[in-house]
Design a protein around this ligand. Structure first.
Ligand SMILES: [Fe+2]
Length: 498
């Protein structure tokens, strides 16, 4: 069937100035929403591969007169690639969050973002932060599943539920995290399917709180969040994710910290209130999943990370792997002005920390020579357990992410995929049913083809990174952060569900 579009032109908006083969196009607005029944496909999809890749990411970087300043600020757009019967369909839609609706209706920015703020009074800032009354919900970081519900997430406590077929947002909030800040990288409890996450509760007395949300059926109202454990903290650290083992929730506090009062009073955008204090080092805390009790006192040298990769228990040690930077300069690197100018981003190193329970000592080692970000593992099989493989993105000559890499943590060689002028996003691993090997499956990555001014879904063999197929979208897809694959949504005709 031919592609159907909701727009008469497919030329990307605000992208005319992007040079032909640089990644700059990936940081430009995409206005078009479309529904394509069948994408142009090259190669052959694995016969066993059936389901949908759901992704979120920033897609609109201007609101009225205001230009977003940071990659994390853009208004969220959802993308769906559905693989069924050897074909790929596609749909994209702005996430109709409170932030989006307010901006759309009023024509200007209403809620603050990561590094861009609307003009607001001091009273409004304090009220927003300490009451939680008007926090943004521009869920442009990750997509996950909570029981039967699909939700998009950002780092505020307000996830947005959506229909995975139509990508329309639901009216009801799935839950609210118990704090003002949270992560878009929850874990799932293996036994119950419940969501595990952390939130920072800010105020005169601030605390970190790990919490759990049941995967129970959607009853048309927000689910309750149960606090597992709470830790008092004076200056909360910026934490984008956390680790999980059979027994422990693993918190890594990097020395990028904020004074909660300053956050409310400074008048600066959110992230610009954080301060780098390397003398604090990196502090690890283990919180018992059953009792909520904390084991503190693990300290290592200063570093920074967005992404934990995996964690597990190994005798008397807890192993914590993450994509680590020597400092928090990567936050600065991701300002749009720098990215569009082609400045290189700092490289992250796959780093293993070993937390020894007996004496609370911490050792660390680098697991691979090359850089890696946006890491994925065979989560269903390996999270909380010893594992071998990490897939992610590595930088190339442009200074931006140009490669898909597969790292063997046992030390064997790293494999990679790349193509000139192409910029792949996070590679999502999908295990082959009946697979015996950890790396038996497919990798799905959305790739920007700068010269063609469009993007395609790339399907690789996860074991050797050989290309299996690609399905081209008739527009560029701005670089996104994270997504998920679900076999539940293998049929995606919107009419069936509207
Ligand atoms: Fe992330």
């Amino acid at each position: 069937m031919p592609q159907s579009t909701s727009s008469t032109t497919l030329a990307p908006a605000h992208a005319a100035d992007a040079p032909a083969t640089t990644p700059a196009l990936g940081f430009s607005t995409l206005e078009h929403e479309l529904s394509a029944d069948e994408l142009e496909l090259h190669g052959a999809l694995p016969a066993w591969l059936s389901g949908s890749l759901l992704r979120t990411g920033p897609a609109k970087f201007e609101l009225g007169e205001k230009r977003m300043r940071h990659w994390f600020d853009g208004l969220a757009m959802l993308h769906r690639f559905t693989i069924s019967g050897g074909q790929v369909s596609y749909g994209n839609r702005f996430l109709e969050s409170r932030s989006y609706r307010a901006a759309h209706e009023r024509g200007h920015m209403v809620y603050g973002e990561f590094a861009t703020d609307p003009c607001r009074s001091l009273f409004s800032r304090v009220q927003t932060l300490f009451s939680g009354g008007a926090l943004p919900d521009n869920a442009n970081i990750n997509v996950t599943r909570l029981g039967k519900r699909f939700i998009a997430m950002t780092e505020t406590p307000l996830p947005v539920q959506f229909d995975p077929r139509t990508l329309k947002a639901a009216e009801v909030r799935p839950y609210a995290a118990p704090g003002q800040l949270s992560t878009a990288h929850p874990h799932a409890d293996r036994a119950s399917g419940a969501m595990l996450n952390y939130a920072a509760k800010l105020g005169p007395r601030s605390s970190y709180r790990f919490f759990e949300v049941s995967a129970g059926a959607d009853r048309g109202r927000p689910a309750a969040a149960r606090v597992i454990g709470s830790l008092p903290v004076r200056e909360p650290a910026y934490m984008h994710s956390f680790g999980l083992t059979d027994r422990w929730l693993v918190l890594a506090e990097f020395p990028l910290v904020v004074n909660p009062l300053a956050l409310a009073l400074s008048g600066r955008p959110y992230i610009e209130n954080y301060r780098w204090k390397p003398q604090r080092g990196t502090r690890f805390t283990l919180v018992d999943r059953a009792t909520g009790k904390a084991l503190k006192g693990f300290q290592s040298g200063a570093c920074f990370a967005f992404h934990h990769v995996n964690a597990y228990e190994d005798g008397g040690e807890v192993v914590v792997d993450m994509c680590a930077y020597p400092d928090a300069g990567i936050v600065e690197d991701l300002y749009l002005e720098r990215l569009r100018a082609g400045k290189a981003i700092s490289p992250a190193a796959l780093t293993r920390f070993r937390l020894r329970l007996a004496d609370r000592s911490v050792s660390s080692e680098r697991l691979a020579d090359g850089d890696i970000e946006l890491p994925r593992i065979n989560y269903g099989r390996c999270n909380e357990r010893p594992y071998r493989y990490v897939w992610g993105n590595g930088a190339g000559p442009s200074g931006w992410l140009e490669r898909i890499v597969k790292v063997d943590t046992s030390g064997e060689s790293t494999r990679s995929w790349s193509e000139p002028g192409c910029y792949p996003g996070e590679p999502v691993f999908v295990a082959r049913p009946e697979a015996e090997r950890e790396d038996d499956g497919a990798l799905l990555s959305v790739v920007l083809d700068a010269a063609a001014r469009s993007s395609f879904l790339l399907v690789l063999d996860a074991a050797n990174l050989g290309e299996l197929a690609r399905a081209r979208v008739p527009h560029h897809i701005p670089f996104g952060f994270h997504g998920m694959f679900t076999s539940v949504v293998a049929s995606a005709t919107p009419a069936e569900h509207e």
